[in-house]
Design a protein around this ligand. Structure first.
Ligand SMILES: C[S@@+](CC[C@H](N)C(=O)[O-])C[C@H]1O[C@@H](n2cnc3c(N)ncnc32)[C@H](O)[C@@H]1O
Length: 331
């Protein structure tokens, strides 16, 4: 979720009605909510008594809410404080499994949390850890070399002034530890003559959040694992909030739902079976009414696919985003 949101607002699950209308034909089994957050999706799915939920979230901040769910829904809800890349640690009866859902990004509670420092509206030590992290934004800003910093800002934030910002960080960190408010000032000083609709710091903060939380490899590895886990006929749903995430989700569903001939001289009958069946080729977007009620939803895109066969080879997928994974491993 975008960090520029109004911190006074309450949390609304994004594209909830659309999600429910897509998954409800599969009701009567287990759904994995990989990003429990404030439980908006889980709650709605559990309203149907035939459903059960296995929920994951990397943030310890959701534990209290998760335990309320465990009491309320007894045998139908189980929570794990894990990253979704650790889904292999969860015991799942996959003959009951109907769907795996990823609602990426951040909840309003996380954005509001000053300690997490996800937003440039906060002050104090740089952090940006969502939960179960190895490094913080402070480690990156204090230790990463100029060239790599610039690469991260450019590729993960599409920041035009990546080089100048990286240079200024290196200069200033010799004098002091750079805090959130200092980073905002550095970016403002580099971009002082630029007039854009978005806040000067949006792109650099997005890049740092992606790196701190390993968002790219988390998503790629987990989508591949989700495919292996779900039975044929089951659904994988992904809600993204920025263009890098969406490129990954789009490629995953589109590339693996196209009919491929092993040879272009073979007739259509020689085409190998597709890994996914797609009902919607285009992403599902929030309505104007939803955006009006909850402005951060404007950047959300929902994509999904129905598993069509076992044993898909995801080498193209990994190869396609190898450059992004390489940048994440610069940490
Ligand atoms: C946008 S919120 C989800 C909101 C939720 N669908 C709801 O209705 O309340 C995203 C949540 O995903 C969690 N998250 C993000 N990346 C994760 C990961 N790699 N593994 C586990 N949880 C993750 C965040 O901690 C956050 O709580």
């Amino acid at each position: 979720m975008n960090a520029t949101i109004n911190l006074e607002k309450k949390h609304f699950p994004v594209l909830l009605n659309e999600l429910i209308s897509i998954i409800s034909p599969l009701y009567g089994g287990t759904f994995i909510d990989c990003t429990f957050g404030q439980g908006g999706y889980s709650q709605k799915i559990l309203e149907n008594k035939k459903n059960s939920i296995i929920a994951l979230d990397r943030d310890q901040g959701v534990l209290k809410n998760a335990s309320i769910f465990e009491t309320k829904y007894k045998n139908r809800f189980k929570f794990y404080n894990l990253k979704f890349s650790q889904l292999d640690q969860v015991k799942i009866k996959n003959n009951k499994l109907k769907g795996i859902i990823f609602d990426l990004g951040y909840s309003l509670n996380q954005i509001k949390d000053n300690q997490k420092g996800l937003s440039f509206s906060h002050t104090g030590k740089l952090n940006m850890k969502m939960g179960i992290n190895e490094i913080s934004a402070n480690d990156i800003i204090s230790e990463m070399n100029e060239n790599n910093l610039s690469k991260v800002f450019k590729v993960f934030g599409d920041e035009r002034y990546s080089k100048q910002i990286a240079r200024e960080i290196i200069k200033q960190r010799k004098q002091k530890n750079i805090k959130t408010e200092d980073l905002v000032k550095i970016i403002d000083s580099v971009k002082k003559f630029q007039k854009t609709k978005i806040h000067n710091s949006t792109k650099v903060f997005q890049a740092l959040r992606i790196l701190v939380n390993n968002e790219i490899s988390e998503l790629i590895n987990s989508l591949i694992f989700a495919f292996k886990l779900i039975p044929v006929g089951g659904i994988i749903v992904v809600v993204t909030f920025h263009s890098l995430e969406d490129r990954i989700a789009k490629f995953f569903f589109k590339h693996y739902s196209e009919q491929k001939n092993s040879s272009r001289y073979l007739p259509e009958t020689g085409a190998s079976e597709r890994c996914f069946r797609l009902i919607n080729k285009k992403p599902i977007l929030p309505t104007f009414a939803e955006i009006k009620q909850n402005p951060p939803s404007r950047s959300a895109k929902l994509r999904y696919g129905i598993k069509n066969k076992n044993n898909c080879d995801f080498n193209d997928f990994k190869e396609k985003f190898k450059n992004l994974i390489d940048i994440e491993s610069l940490r």
